[in-house]
Design a protein around this ligand. Sequence first.
Ligand code: G3P
Ligand code: MG
Length: 244
Amino acid sequence: MYPKIIAHRGASRLAPENTMPAFKIAHQQGAEGIETDVQLTKDNIPVLIHDERVKRTTNSVGYVKNFTFKELKQLDAGSWFSQKFVGTPITSLEEFLQWVYDKSLYLNLELKNNKIDYRDLEAIVYERIEHYQLLNSTTISSFNPNSLKRMREINNDIEVALLLSRKQKNLVRNAQEIGANAIHLNYRLLNHSIVKSLRQANMAIRIFTVNKQSHLNRCIAHGCDGVFTDVPGQALNYRRIYND
Ligand code: G3P
Ligand code: MG
């Protein structure tokens, strides 16, 4: 099986990351999955944004956690990217799930709670996925192992993935202790021995961020289960011509 092509923050090279236009373009291009980053507003509403501060991707400053949902919704999350997207709002998890639930897309919700400890983020996100009956097609990931443990305590079946950007001793044992059943690995860490040990432990392996043809080819050769890419249309094309 070739790796699933998963749009990283949506089709984030073509539209502002983590916004509805980026998700819709990814879907139109044929992406098989969507990855997005989840944080909480001051009033505990889950929203899709990568950085803990709004500065890079909106027209305002400050921490996501210090805005109410209503305040955050006033921000422009598109003009930083290009004139074409002026006025694009930040997307809530609710809006995203409402759009996605009937589309047979694989979902990866990344809990951005490694720098800020969002209380109850796991329970809030879990409740919404369950509401939309998306438990079977969703992976919850995080760089924060404690968050994954909390998610595992809430539900024993949902797929949980540990994110990894640095080499880690005893990776398989650590992941098993958390109750993870997948690893999402920075491309730089991809090699034969890590793939072999994760395969032996029956863990799914997905790689971020794979935008180059040569990188995708390596992921295919290693038999990875998925790749996260900013350019899903292009990645699908590279995958199609892999054997030519
Ligand atoms: O989930 C894969 C990838 O998104 C992790 O890194 O910083 O792009 O959220 P980041
Ligand atoms: Mg992410």
